[in-house]
Design a protein around this ligand. Structure first.
Ligand code: PMV
Length: 312
């Protein structure tokens, strides 16, 4: 048995978060510049499997809290793939900030699954990859739409509708997305629950917001196909208004979005579950993207990434 390596990447949701939970489409993009790598090294000298990571070091059996979903996934993979049950060391090297709406848990799960299948030389279909990733995602996030894992396993942007086959959505725009980390943890679970409560207590207000987000996502797909960057930016701004009305933004995200829009962004919104985490801002050129990133850092963002939108 040899060492097996698996990799995956961050994701952002361009548009459609929250509405995607209610069957509306979302558009999500892989962010290849931000990677997670998992290495599995079988080692018969170990008594029990060990994990090495920035958040937890120690025996697999003692991994609790946020590591619980990952632990369950690793146990299942070990049982499924290693009939000898040889102990191993599993190392996670991740550039993804956790709980920032960049899909850290899903990307880690995808990298773990790939590393196990590589270690035990087993074929892995895309379908099985996503089914296994759903195991830990369901444990961590309750009942997620699956958009995070799908994008962590994808090599192209995706048009995602819950429960439907994934559709690649090629993007070739002369624009750039600036991703800025607010420094606050996102609160996806709380935000998703809150939207659900609003849907039950006030469907007259909530349902139209969800449907409008779905329409904006359809329009953004057209903007992408027709190379209309300004219209795309305007639609991102409209989506942010709907997300604010759903009460999933917060003052820090709103402030960064205002700074972005005052510093040349064509349109800006939160990305992911919200109430913390990251924002995205659309820039027309690399220079404009650099300036936006500087302005956002000066306004309190703790990190920025620039994602080109051509040849995607
Ligand atoms: O915060 P993230 O990146 O995990 O994104 C969550 C996206 C939601 O639409 C809010 C929830 C979901 O399950 O799709």
């Amino acid at each position: 048995m040899q060492t097996g390596v698996g990799q995956s990447h961050a994701k952002i949701i361009l548009i459609g978060e929250h509405a995607v939970v209610y069957g509306q489409p979302a558009i999500a993009l892989p962010v290849f510049a931000v990677q997670v790598k998992v290495t599995v090294t079988p080692n018969p000298a170990l008594h029990t499997p060990q994990i090495k990571s920035a958040y937890y070091n120690g025996a697999l059996t003692r991994a609790v809290g946020q590591m619980q979903g990952i632990r369950r996934l690793i146990e299942q993979l070990w049982q499924k793939l290693d009939s000898d049950q040889t102990a191993f060391e599993l190392q996670i090297d991740s550039d993804l900030p956790p709980e920032r709406g960049m899909g850290s848990s899903a990307a880690t799960a995808i990298a773990i699954i790939r590393a196990f299948f590589a270690t035990y030389h087993q074929e892995l279909s895309q379908q099985e990859l996503l089914k296994l990733a759903a195991l830990s995602e369901n444990l961590i996030h309750g009942n997620p739409s699956g958009v995070d894992a799908a994008t962590a396993g994808a090599t192209t942007p995706l048009w995602f509708v819950k429960g439907q086959p994934l559709q690649p959505l090629p993007i070739n725009l002369q624009g750039y997305l600036v991703i800025a980390d607010s420094g606050q943890k996102g609160q996806t679970g709380a935000a998703v629950n809150s939207v659900q409560n609003q849907m039950m207590s006030n469907p007259e207000k909530t349902q139209p917001l969800i449907e409008h987000l779905g329409q904006l996502t359809q329009q953004v797909a057209q903007n992408i196909a027709q190379n209309k960057l300004t219209a795309l930016g305007a639609n991102l701004n409209h989506a942010q208004l709907d997300l604010q009305a759903l009460n999933v933004s917060n003052s820090q995200l709103d402030r960064l979005i205002t700074v972005a829009n005052q510093n040349g962004s064509l349109g800006s919104k939160l990305t992911g579950g919200g109430r913390g985490g990251c924002i995205i801002a659309l820039a027309a050129s690399q220079t404009a993207a650099n300036e936006l990133a500087q302005a956002l850092l000066a306004a309190g963002a703790i990190k920025t990434w620039i994602q080109p939108l051509h040849d995607f």
